[in-house]
Design a protein around this ligand. Structure first.
Ligand SMILES: Nc1ncnc2c1ncn2[C@@H]1O[C@H](COP(=O)(O)OP(=O)(O)O)[C@@H](O)[C@H]1O
Ligand SMILES: [Mg+2]
Length: 367
């Protein structure tokens, strides 16, 4: 016989859960209120992890620091006026929100920068791949599924979720014409996104439960490669007799020409383009980033008593080979794996001490 809970027990559990949620919320709110990093401080913390993309980091650090500082100030004020009622404060707080759009090649740090920044601020963060919305079979699916994920990441606490960040990956994949080829209405998907991005009140379905989640304070960052954009902007520039780098002349109409809805793009007023990572950047990612993939391998080997040592030339060779893969920093992981596979298999248990990898060694392994 399972232990039967009396109504009294059940009420007590409910009360405890309620108290826990309240505590979580208060901690999260206090955390935001205490947030006081300047954009420059936030950027220099990001520099420890994200290599290059100086302009990108600057734009993101500024937008994010201002957003949370603003939210903190508004919450503080609203809480004072509403006598500590967080729901009322969240509803009342005004934060003219500046969602961010990042355009740039694959593997150059769009998602990563956002993730690092959210971690530094200390708010819930989710990455949603929008490709799934452009696939056949996703017709009629609800963009509010995204909010379910946010809620889960926030530990089921809808107040904490409202202070989080959402990264919309591959937003270019819901461009109208791309999606139309697959016989799904891209317009419909974009309308759904628009509603969510600006949404005061979004209905979220959790099994049989229905919740209302406001995204008024949720910071959205969208990223995409936007392959067509270069041609679009260049031809517009030449039509207008203008010169210069296309990346510095992005207008809303260019995104519209590339199949995006004007209104949706209007919700992403902060725009920045990311650069292709150079071979030197890739070397720096290996040797300087605080969570470089090489560091991860070094730690793995150290656990077996093996000191992994890459020569400077070896790092360069790995970076050169990764660069050729054309998938940005993602190439580093696959190249490193190929270089180290044999040793990862062979050495643990049979060797302790140094494992020195030089340029020739890399070449041999990649033959
Ligand atoms: N600029 C960078 N500095 C350090 N690491 C990077 C950088 N760009 C990419 N990476 C590494 O490559 C991985 C993939 O990058 P990601 O941000 O997902 O690319 P994308 O631009 O396609 O979103 C990251 O998880 C990170 O480990
Ligand atoms: Mg990405």
């Amino acid at each position: 016989m399972p232990y039967d809970r009396t109504p009294h027990d059940r009420r007590r559990i409910q009360e405890k859960l309620g108290e826990m949620r309240e505590r979580q919320t208060l901690e999260a709110v206090e955390h935001i209120i205490e947030f006081n990093q300047t954009p420059a401080e936030l950027k220099s913390a990001m520099d420890r992890f994200v290599i290059g993309q100086e302009r990108g980091k600057k734009v993101l650090a500024t937008a994010i620091a201002f957003h949370y500082r603003r939210l903190g100030t508004a919450l503080k004020q609203a809480l004072a006026e509403d006598g500590g009622d967080v729901d009322a404060a969240l509803r009342r707080a005004r934060t003219p929100k500046a969602n961010i759009l990042i355009v740039g090649p694959t593997g150059c740090g769009k998602t990563y920068t956002s993730e690092v920044a959210s971690g530094l601020v200390g708010v819930p963060f989710i990455v949603e791949d929008l490709t799934k919305f452009s696939e056949v079979g996703y017709v009629g699916q609800n963009t509010s599924d995204i909010l379910v994920d946010l809620l889960i990441t926030a530990g089921g606490n809808y107040q904490v979720a409202q202070m989080g960040m959402v990264y919309l990956d591959e937003i270019d994949k819901v461009a109208t014409e791309l999606v139309l080829q697959r016989d799904v209405s891209g317009k419909g998907v974009q309308k759904g996104l628009l509603k969510m991005v600006e949404g005061q009140e979004n209905t979220v379905e959790l099994g049989r439960e229905r919740l209302t989640l406001s995204t008024k304070h949720v910071l959205f960052i969208a990223g995409g490669v936007f392959e067509k954009l270069e041609t679009v902007v260049k031809s517009r520039l030449s039509r207008q007799g203008q010169q210069g780098k296309w990346r510095e002349h992005l207008l809303t109409e260019d995104f519209v020409a590339a199949g995006m809805e004007r209104q949706l793009m209007g919700r992403f007023p902060v725009r920045v383009t990311y650069e292709l990572l150079s071979t030197e950047d890739l070397v720096d990612i290996l040797s300087k980033s605080e969570d470089s993939p090489l560091l991860a391998y070094s730690n793995d080997f150290r656990a077996w008593g093996i000191e992994l040592k890459f020569s400077a030339e070896a790092l360069k060779e790995v970076a050169r080979r990764a660069k050729k893969e054309g998938i940005g920093a993602r190439g580093l992981i696959s190249i490193l794996h190929r270089v180290l596979l044999e040793d990862m298999f062979r050495l643990p248990g049979s060797h302790t001490g140094e494992l020195v990898v030089d340029e020739n060694y890399v070449r041999e392994r990649l033959r």
